[in-house]
Design a binder for this molecule. Structure first.
Ligand SMILES: Cc1ncc(COP(=O)(O)O)c(C=O)c1O
Length: 392
């Protein structure tokens, strides 16, 4: 069944809620039972049926069932943010003395969590480059327990070789995890490559309307049993009201993604032609170093990419951004609105890493929204004209 059909029909148990088409928000912290035995049975199944909403909630459950199906997984867990979905499996599966291998292009706060929190707990953390991902054997240690990918990355868009990482890890009994926020399950299903766990900032495309933070994790039933108890103890569970918004966003994901994909490619190709632009980092462009691998692993591309202007002054960079009328200045991405992020002002996690990776002060990241791409291009044209005037 196609993913767009699954999004509409999978996991909807309408007999359970008065045949309503749209699952209602079950605003309940707890669920009460009439007999001792009913209570004991519900307690035993607390992670799978109504008992207490930190473990399971029916509205959240519909979202989890749909998401598991989309990622070709047996089970899923929804969280109140992407960082909830990222930190829970790391805390559940790693112990002091273990070694964790992470992609060098990982999302800044994930890197910070690994370097600060996990290191403080006695977990060793190492990093690998996208080029190394084809054969990580030289990077493995006897105590390597988990390999963390994020492909493509969300600043440099590094594409890692997910099948190669999964193959090597399975041979050595090492777990693998991939952040799939950029591609969404519509364009990439890492579990099909042998990756064990998929995580998402559902805040981005899945929710899609910049109105909630959302985390999602998908994995096997066996890994679910290992991760879920820690997730419930950490307490970053999704609220039923936000699950409702997430379901509402998810329903239009296929139509939104097609528009995001096409508009972003149109804007990226246009930017590549502009004399003020030094380069465009978008996995869907043949000029991008990871393009061939991206074509093998993904069936489409999304709308977050970076570009570099020629070295300019701070005055010119400000003139460019301030002239844009349709691009809001902000972090995050994947919503219906277009965004621009001047990296010099926004990226605080690790400036040394940013410069090492060539993301200099003339680099901008953009998230292309659902506006008419011709309007966005006209806006960017005005911005580049302002940049030129400021450079004269
Ligand atoms: C690639 C990626 N992963 C994870 C996250 C964290 O998600 P959240 O902000 O929903 O906690 C983000 C947020 O920007 C992200 O860009």
């Amino acid at each position: 069944m196609d993913t767009s059909t699954q999004i509409v029909h999978h996991g909807e148990n309408r007999d359970d809620y008065f045949h309503a088409i749209n699952p209602p928000v079950v605003h309940a912290s707890l669920f009460g039972y009439n007999t001792y035995q009913e209570f004991v049975d519900a307690r035993r199944e607390e992670n799978h049926r109504p008992f207490y909403s930190r473990h399971f909630n029916p509205t959240v459950g519909v979202l989890e069932q749909k998401f598991a199906a989309l990622e070709h997984a047996e089970a899923a867990i929804a969280f109140s943010s992407g960082m909830g979905a990222i930190t829970a499996p790391l805390l559940a599966l790693l112990s002091a003395g273990d070694h964790l291998l992470v992609t060098d292009s990982v999302y800044g706060p994930t890197r910070q969590f690994c370097n600060d929190t996990l290191t403080r707990m006695g977990i060793e953390v190492g990093y690998f480059t996208a080029a190394e991902s084809a054969d990580l054997s030289a990077r493995l240690q006897p105590n390597t327990r988990l390999i963390y990918c994020e492909s493509p990355g969300s600043l440099t868009f590094d594409v890692q070789d997910l099948p190669a990482v999964a193959r090597l890890a399975r041979e050595r009994g090492i777990l693998t995890l991939a952040d799939n926020s950029w591609a969404t399950p519509l364009y990439q299903q890492p579990l099909d490559f042998g990756i064990d766990i998929v995580v998402h900032s559902g805040t981005k495309y899945i929710a899609g309307h910049s109105d909630l933070t959302l985390g999602l994790l998908a994995c096997s039933a066996e890994l679910f049993e290992r991760i879920k108890p820690t997730a419930a103890l950490l307490g970053a569970n999704l609220s039923p009201a936000d699950a409702y918004l997430a379901l509402r966003g998810l329903r239009t994901l296929p139509v939104r993604m097609a528009r995001h994909r096409d508009s972003a490619l149109e804007v990226a190709r246009w930017l590549e032609q502009q004399p003020e632009v030094r380069g465009v980092m978008h996995p869907g462009l043949p000029s991008f170093p990871g393009h061939a691998l991206a074509q093998q692993q993904m069936s489409g591309s999304s709308s977050l990419f970076s570009f570099k202007l020629h070295p300019g002054t701070e005055k010119a960079r400000r003139a460019f951004v301030d002239t844009l009328e349709l691009f809001l200045i902000g972090v995050s991405w994947g919503g219906y609105e277009s965004l621009i992020l001047p990296l010099t002002s926004a990226y605080k996690s690790d400036p040394a890493w940013r410069y090492r990776r060539g993301l200099d002060d003339d680099t901008f990241r953009t998230s292309i929204g659902l506006e008419d791409p011709a309007d966005l291009i006209a806006d960017l044209e005005n911005g580049l004209a302002a940049w030129r005037r400021a450079m004269d």
